[in-house]
Design a protein around this ligand. Sequence first.
Ligand SMILES: Nc1ncnc2c1ncn2[C@@H]1O[C@H](COP(=O)(O)OP(=O)(O)OP(=O)(O)O)[C@@H](O)[C@H]1O
Ligand SMILES: [Mg+2]
Length: 514
Amino acid sequence: MREYWTALASLMGAVAFMQGFLHAVFPPELRAAVARLLGRMTRSFSPYCYFDVTEMDGMSNNEIYDAVQLYLSSTAAPSSGARLSLTRPHNASSFTFGLAASDRVVDAFLGAAVTWEHVVAPRQSGGFSWRPLPEEKRRFTLRIRRGDREKLLPAYLDHILATAQEIRRRSQDRLLYTNARGGAMDGRGLPWDPVPFKHPSTFDTLAMDPDRKESIKADLRDFADGSAFYERTGRAWKRGYLLYGPPGTGKSSMIAAMANFLGYDVYDLELTEVSSNAELRKLLMKTTSKSIIVIEDIDCSVDLTNRAALPAPAPKPRPRPSIDGSVDQDAAGAAAGRSSITLSGLLNFTDGLWSCCGSERIFVFTTNHIEKLDPALLRSGRMDMHVFMSYCSFPALKILLKNYLCFQGDADCAEVMRGLEEWIDAAEITPADVSEVLIKNRRNGEKQAMEELLDVIKARAEKRVGTAAGRKDGEVEEEEKRAVGSPKEGKEPAAGNDSCEVGQDEETDGKKQL
Ligand SMILES: Nc1ncnc2c1ncn2[C@@H]1O[C@H](COP(=O)(O)OP(=O)(O)OP(=O)(O)O)[C@@H](O)[C@H]1O
Ligand SMILES: [Mg+2]
């Protein structure tokens, strides 16, 4: 035993001597160069190639690293044995999984297997940085077979980026953006202010004719799945909706329902805060795809009619005429200290070449007065769908009763239901007004709440009939014409221009009238 310990001690002494000798003869730089050379030689004989995706790209975050992390959260099945880390992104209400440090996961793409490794090493301190850097250096290393490199790489990376974007969209709560006054930029140089969008309106809670609702949902679904269609037909991947009807009929609720249905963000564009067409274009360029761009009350936002001849105010500097002699409208508007957005500027926004930067965007305009809109806005191809939000119909009322009173059609309410069905159309009451009555009476039990509603509806209908009878025929007709969204559901809407005179659910030149 003694000899054994003696032999071990002399061996360790020899190793220590050799190590000291090697360190003295071969400096660290030389050793590192030899290690690199050996690594290169092994790699050149290896059947695999390796790609590093580092967390930091210079001083900024590497977008691809984030995307890979998210992507692996969807592919790294727990059965693969990988250890997953749990995170919750900013503004999100759900958790996402990621690969933990020094773990590996195997993925397959186009029939080829690839391996991802998450490598974490401590960061060497030293060096000055304006921005605090993470204490660890993290990277993903992708290993693929040499022969698969050509076939896989670009397509696989595109697939990862697209999947990560989709996961982010699903896990992240919607955002509602508003444009800052006068195009002012925020800290990130963006003209839009985001807030979490948590509107509870969905197509289930929206009170409208079920067939029309289904057809709008189908249209939205077709749009969202229409990537190949839009590419094949050479059309920009965007769609325009014009929602019109009296106040309180659910136009804004419909926009929220659309956003929740598709999982899109909403850009609420306040036109009165935009001073020129150029600014409008900039705002458009800073929107992301998979979003709904909304202009509410388009008829009152800015005066979009007859803007061809903007008079230059006398005391202010006159706008310079351009080479062709025409007056610069933006400069004229700015000189006048007001918005100089023109109709053509707005049409370019939705229709022109600029509208195609980015993709998968829905434009929604709302108005209470469709007859006030310039026909150019309503022409075919401008707004693909014209949706008339009507007064509360009986099928819509049933949805409200279900939502507010959990009413399932009890037999002892049959009488009052018949009354509601009889009077609802004549009352021309909005879903907003019906909701108010139901909210106020919902604690009194469903039957009493419905009876209260019937009283309100009857009183309204009688008042309407009485008022109409008290006037001369001509006056009534005149009022009918002026009345906002006077046509009832199913009747032809009084759009006052050619583009709206199509039957319900009929499609003309890709534009639908609902
Ligand atoms: N069709 C509807 N289905 C369900 N709720 C509705 C509907 N219409 C109106 N409401 C209720 O009335 C409120 C006001 O509706 P909303 O703001 O969507 O109307 P609007 O048509 O946008 O009105 P405005 O023209 O004044 O902007 C909503 O908060 C919602 O609760
Ligand atoms: Mg509204």
